[in-house]
Design a protein around this ligand. Structure first.
Ligand SMILES: [Zn+2]
Length: 173
């Protein structure tokens, strides 16, 4: 059985800014009105004979949307981004723990953003592809912890209508 949540209609949306460093047109700060589609394949189980409770899926997806909404997405493992005053060879989210500003250079362009305006992501790119993997992992982990009998979780992150990346994760027993 397949469960589908359509991000436009289920209000799984966020609006964020990002940069794809060194890309000819996407290398400039720009924004998208994203929406997130979720598909779950599994067997009906439990007291209500659900595959999953829609509320659990929406809650999990919305938590991530809310975290990214109205922020600049910064992929800390991008090779073109050189952060100021941190060890760029040993980066982790912890590297920025005591920072008020996120300062970095991309090929000679310098940026300084208040940390509260940013979401630091443990990714190489803030592309739809990488974001879909991030959503899939987090939603899958949330649902696995609830003991559903699910086979796979797929998440599509759309950068507007008609353009999105879908990632599917098969849940191992
Ligand atoms: Zn973009």
């Amino acid at each position: 059985m397949k469960i589908v949540l359509n991000g436009i209609h289920a209000n799984l949306r966020f609006a964020s800014a990002h940069i794809i460093p060194n890309h000819p047109s996407c290398g400039y700060i720009h924004g998208h009105s994203y929406f997130v589609d979720v598909e779950i394949i599994g067997n009906q189980s439990g007291k209500f004979n659900f595959v999953v409770d829609f509320k659990d899926v929406k809650g999990s997806a919305r938590k991530i949307c809310d975290k990214l909404d109205h922020r600049v997405l910064i992929p800390i493992f991008n090779h073109y981004i050189e952060f100021k005053d941190v060890d760029n060879d040993n980066l982790s989210l912890n590297s920025f723990k005591n920072k008020k500003y996120i300062e970095f250079k991309i090929k000679g362009k310098e940026y300084k953003l208040p940390k509260v305006d940013c979401v630091l992501l443990p990714l190489k790119h803030s592309s739809a592809e990488e974001l879909s993997k991030l959503f899939t992992d987090k939603i899958a982990n949330d649902l696995i912890s609830k003991d559903y009998d699910i086979y796979s979780v797929s998440v599509g992150v759309n950068e507007g209508i008609g353009q999105g990346a879908f990632f599917k994760k098969v849940i191992e027993d």
